[in-house]
Design a protein around this ligand. Structure first.
Ligand code: BJW
Ligand code: ZN
Length: 250
């Protein structure tokens, strides 16, 4: 692929990269996205399941939905896109700011990760806030209860109407503002406040590169939009970096 000259120049001088990622980066690992033509939420309305009231109304149904998604996550692997981001740490100071809850960046080897919407492996009691790793929970039919107080246990993810973990959001926003290039990968960029991150990065002077299979809300304000699958484009970027760095060292 022939990348834009301006982008190649940025890659030559950049020191700090941020990857702001969404469900699309995990699509090639077999995890369905939320929106778009193959989105899970075409079949299931997000508002009906990913909010606290839905959980209180039907905790078993919501818990089972997450159990089903955990199964999918466990049976899959990071793809070439996740691995390319982790490999770029060899050449740059790389920070991943992800909206995904699937752990695939960590499993691919990325070290600095901010998780804006939580993590599907962690859980906590809605009453006493005790945290539970998945393996600590007894295999019950439906939602498990807290060993300390009997309260309902929920996944440690951020539902609609809930605040994002402030340390993760602040950390991600800071990294984006300090980055030389902010890649926006596989996200429809419609869910706030996460979607403010690329905007903050741009305002602070970062170069915004979008990678998506189709135009999004962000396309007009991105400095460069590359249309294609992230599992193919990101390894090509890594190859380009390897060529540039090899040339520079001669
Ligand atoms: C590929 C590809 C390939 C495919 N290669 N690309 C204005 C300002 C601020 C807030 C709001 C606002 N208006 C409304 C709100 C509230 C709301 C919101 O943003 N709603 C919008 C939908 C309008 N936000 C909230 O409620 C947030 N909290 C909040 O605002 O707190 C303050 C508050 C407190 C109290 C009262 C009121 C306010 C919380 C948002 C939490 C989002 N949670 C979820 C679920 C997480 C748990 C779970 O997984 O079950 O997070 S929703 C869901 O969307 C999930 C995702 O992280 C998030 C973003 O989705 P993402 O990643 O972009 O995926 P998709 O599917 O949308 O896009 C995939 C993309 O990939 C597509 O573009 C494809 O083309 C592309 N793609 N294959 C490259 N191979
Ligand atoms: Zn409890």
């Amino acid at each position: 692929m022939n990348f834009k000259e301006e982008f190649l120049d940025k890659l030559k001088t950049a020191k700090k990269l941020v990857f702001f990622t969404g469900a699309g980066i995990s699509a090639e690992s077999g995890i369905a996205t939320f929106r778009g033509k193959d989105g899970i939420w075409n079949k299931m309305k997000p508002e009906e399941l990913a909010n606290f009231n839905a959980f209180m109304k039907n905790p078993n149904l919501v818990w089972e939905w997450y159990q089903h998604r955990r199964q999918i996550v466990h049976n899959t692997e990071p793809n070439a896109g996740h691995f390319a981001i982790a490999s770029l740490e060899e050449y740059y100071d790389v920070t991943v700011v992800t909206q995904n809850i699937d752990n695939l960046h960590r499993r691919a080897g990325s070290k600095k990760i901010f998780e804006l919407h939580g993590n599907i492996e962690r859980n906590y009691c809605i009453d006493c806030k005790t945290f539970y790793e998945l393996q600590e929970l007894e295999k019950t039919e439906g939602v498990p209860h807290c060993k300390k107080c009997g309260g309902l246990i929920r996944p440690d993810v951020v539902w609609f109407g809930e605040f994002l973990p402030q340390d993760q959001f602040r950390g991600g926003e800071n990294a984006a503002e300090q980055s030389d290039i902010c890649f926006v990968v596989g996200t429809s960029a419609v869910v706030y406040p996460a979607a403010y991150i690329p905007t903050s990065a741009k305002r602070a002077g970062s170069y915004i590169v979008e990678i998506n299979i189709e135009p999004t809300e962000l396309t007009n304000s991105a400095d460069y939009s590359i249309f294609g699958k992230s599992g193919e484009i990101l390894p090509e970027i890594l190859n380009e970096v390897r060529r540039l760095k090899a040339k520079n060292s001669n």
